[in-house]
Design a protein around this ligand. Structure first.
Ligand code: AMP
Length: 286
């Protein structure tokens, strides 16, 4: 059984009753923008294995989209999402409207925002997506306050987002354990994404070269190459020429800064535009 809830009040009442009736309740939250796929399902399944109640939020959050981004064309498939979430083990879908979340006639310039530190947002996706992580941190904070989960599940697919959320939870003392979940991929290696449905079959082939580039880096790193310039050049030679590279950066997890030499745990994150679709992927080297 899955319950679909659209309002904050109804969700709060439902959770209060559940906690009153279940003394050892462990609530898991899986924030999503819907168009659920196997990647989201893996987060939901992880929550269902960890928690007694799993809540999936489905909300295409307007405050995290830039003016020229795909907010209006972003896929909205609630009926299918309900099935996917149910199958993966969710108990509740929370699908609020933008008005429910931000108030009637809200303006992006007149709401209280949670702004992650500049040093975390001035790189990777934050460089071109101005304000994106303010929108993400704001909506995730709101969801955390509404649901007050014990656990929240996020994909490594959005590595910068995950890092920012973990920092936010620490900085703002949210009493929530963040569970990172591995990237789910197609057989071709392409990281599954709601935006993959914008791609033609041919473009999907080009898109799979993002992971091929990352895999080449991993292979050469394992052979002892630690210089990121050399690894960068290798990766670029594997990238489809149809892919327009936005960034391929090597980030030291110690300080989330770019690094010239791989020393410890390192995030290698790539972003490329194929046709008109912007895709991201990453691997972590230890
Ligand atoms: P989104 O709906 O794109 O905002 O994603 C919701 C959550 O699902 C985020 O924590 C994503 O990192 C995660 N996610 C999206 N795609 C994947 C994937 N292929 N594998 C694992 N997690 C994913």
């Amino acid at each position: 059984m899955i319950t679909v809830i659209h309002t904050i009040n109804e969700l709060r009442t439902h959770i209060k009753n559940y906690r009153d009736e279940n003394k050892n309740a462990q609530i898991g939250l899986i924030p999503t923008m819907g168009a659920l796929h196997k990647g989201h399902a893996s987060l939901i399944t992880k929550s269902a294995q960890t928690c007694s109640l799993s809540i999936v939020s489905v909300f295409v959050n307007p405050t995290q989209f830039g003016v020229n981004e795909d907010f209006s064309k972003y896929p909205r498939t609630l009926e299918k999402d309900i099935e996917v979430a149910k199958e993966a083990g969710a108990n509740i879908i929370f699908a609020p409207s933008a008005e429910e979340m931000y108030g009637k006639g809200y303006s992006k310039d007149f709401i209280t925002l949670v702004c992650p530190p500049y040093d975390l947002v001035n790189k990777l996706c934050g460089k071109t997506r101005t304000g994106h992580f303010d929108g993400v941190a704001t909506v995730v904070s709101k969801l955390f306050n509404i649901v007050q989960p014990d656990y929240a599940f996020f994909g490594q697919k959005d590595a910068q987002q995950l890092y920012i959320i973990e920092k936010m939870v620490k900085d703002l003392n949210f009493n929530i354990k963040i569970i990172p979940c591995p990237i789910v991929r197609e057989d071709s290696g392409l990281a599954i994404s709601s935006r993959n449905q914008y791609l033609s079959e041919k473009e999907k082939e080009y898109a799979s070269s993002l992971f091929k580039s990352l895999s080449a880096i991993e292979k050469y790193y394992k052979q002892g190459i630690k210089n990121t310039k050399a690894l960068f050049d290798t990766a670029i030679s594997m990238l489809a020429k149809e892919a327009q590279l936005e960034y391929l950066d090597f980030i030291d997890y110690e300080n989330f800064e770019k690094t010239d030499i791989i020393k410890g745990r390192t995030l290698i994150a790539i972003c490329a535009i194929i046709g008109s679709t912007r895709l991201i992927d990453n691997i972590v080297l230890e």
